[in-house]
Design a protein around this ligand. Structure first.
Ligand SMILES: C[S@@+](CC[C@H](N)C(=O)[O-])C[C@H]1O[C@@H](n2cnc3c(N)ncnc32)[C@H](O)[C@@H]1O
Length: 408
């Protein structure tokens, strides 16, 4: 019997998609099934056909995977923040690694050496998050799975315990702000917990607001202007990018240091350096290094450490004129590290392919753009010597990776 729209179906699940949905086939068509795991036989809800694919959810599990488990979070079934809490951690790790290697293979690339993945605490690891505020109800939460609507949350077990503990008072504050806030960023920094409220309307002193206990700073962000919520004082720098998982980040930085040894006397560059996460560690270990970054406030934060052998420059690394002016700098460089945003850094990789140093370390949080960029590097004469996954985001299909390239 052929499947018609709205009809349920019985499907064997063979894979996991990049967003954590189970994947099976019906009448030769790929079907994405929310809530299903590889190895499972499931009865689905009604099918929605979209061109060459169909989508649906699990209605009942006829044969469960041995790796299935009960999700820890009560919000898991609707919240879009996590996609894999129903899968044992070891199986999650394998799924992320298979996805990463699959992306690379599609670009025709195999690493010479595949290193063991670096694992993480499964829960309580996330030290920054962005919550959405629902306009009508003023409740806070994340986007729902496959939808822009809000999944209100009262707890979030992937957050660090201290971020979790402030959620109730953040929710209370947002209600008191009477619809003026669209989003709330939470971050556990070295100076304590910081909240950045994305405001819809200009800051006003007249509001009678509850204090948020255990929080070091609450900031009001409107356009590019940032003010302290309670005093209204202007703040010079917006808190910027910070790796989400402290423990895995420490291992990532240690691995970069190891890969670039010996550092003494080396000239290095760190592209997309943020506030100097890698740059400062490499400089402290003896390397002479220039960090390039778009955000002026992150550059300012990095410079504050005052390391004499670390220089920080503002640059747009997606801009072809900036890239052209880098070519001269690259002539004197022994090794480069790049850690771009999810979009990757294709133009920079093309520049490196023709003018880059003997050694490159590419850190990525997006296997698909990494695979595309790696192909440009290989085309330019680099070889992918080693690849290692760093499990920065358990309970999701996201992962961080570090790749070491050498010119052959
Ligand atoms: C994945 S983060 C890495 C930051 C840093 N390496 C770290 O580990 O904290 C990517 C960084 O690229 C910066 N960025 C985004 N677009 C950029 C661009 N066009 N040019 C330069 N930097 C950019 C972001 O501000 C962010 O700091």
């Amino acid at each position: 019997m052929r499947s018609s729209p709205g009809q349920p179906a019985e499907i064997q699940i063979t894979d996991l998609a990049h967003d954590g949905r189970g994947v099976g086939r019906l009448d030769g068509k790929v079907v994405f099934v929310e809530g299903a795991l590889p190895g499972e036989q499931v009865q689905t809800a009604g099918l929605r056909h979209r061109g060459k694919i169909s989508e649906t959810q699990v209605a009942s599990i006829l044969q469960a995977s041995p790796d299935r488990r009960d999700p820890r979070c009560p919000h898991f079934s609707e919240c879009g923040g996590c996609s894999l809490q129903h899968l044992q951690y070891q199986a999650q790790l394998e799924a992320r690694q298979i996805h990463l290697l699959g992306q690379l293979r599609r670009s025709g690339i195999e690493p010479v050496e595949l290193l063991q993945p670096v694992s993480s605490e499964e829960f309580g690891y996330r030290r920054r998050a962005r919550l959405v505020v629902e306009k009508r109800t003023r409740r806070i939460g994340y986007r729902r799975k496959s939808s822009n609507a809000l999944a209100a949350v009262e707890q979030c077990p992937v957050l660090t315990p201290s971020l979790q503990s402030v959620l109730p008072s953040v929710a209370h504050l947002v209600v008191a702000l009477k619809g003026r806030i669209e989003e709330v960023e939470l971050a556990e920094t070295s100076e304590g917990i910081q909240l950045l409220l994305h405001a819809q309307s200009p800051w006003r002193a007249s509001l009678d607001l509850p204090a948020v206990e255990s929080v070091a700073r609450v900031m009001w962000l409107q356009g590019k202007q940032v003010r302290e919520l309670y005093s209204g004082e202007f703040v010079s720098a917006v808190p910027g990018f910070m790796q989400a998982n402290r423990q895995v980040n420490q291992q990532l930085v240690a691995a970069a240091l190891d890969a670039l040894q010996p550092l003494e006397g080396k000239n290095l560059v760190d592209f997309f350096c943020g506030a100097g996460n890698f740059t400062l560690a490499l400089a402290a270990a003896g390397g002479g290094i220039i960090g390039y970054e778009l955000s002026a406030s992150l550059v300012e934060q990095a410079r504050r450490h005052g390391l004499p052998n670390a220089d920080f420059r503002c640059a747009n690394l997606f801009d072809t004129r900036s890239l052209a002016s880098l070519k001269k700098t690259l002539a004197d460089v022994d090794a480069a590290l790049l850690d771009p945003p999810r979009a990757g850094a294709l133009e920079l990789c093309r520049t490196l392919a023709s003018n880059g140093p003997g050694q490159l370390i590419y850190v990525s949080c997006h296997p698909a753009t990494f695979a595309r960029d790696a192909a440009a590097l290989v085309e330019g004469g680099y070889q992918l010597q080693s690849l290692q996954m760093f499990d920065m985001f358990p309970q999701t299909m996201h992962c961080e990776l570090m790749a070491c390239f050498r010119r052959c």
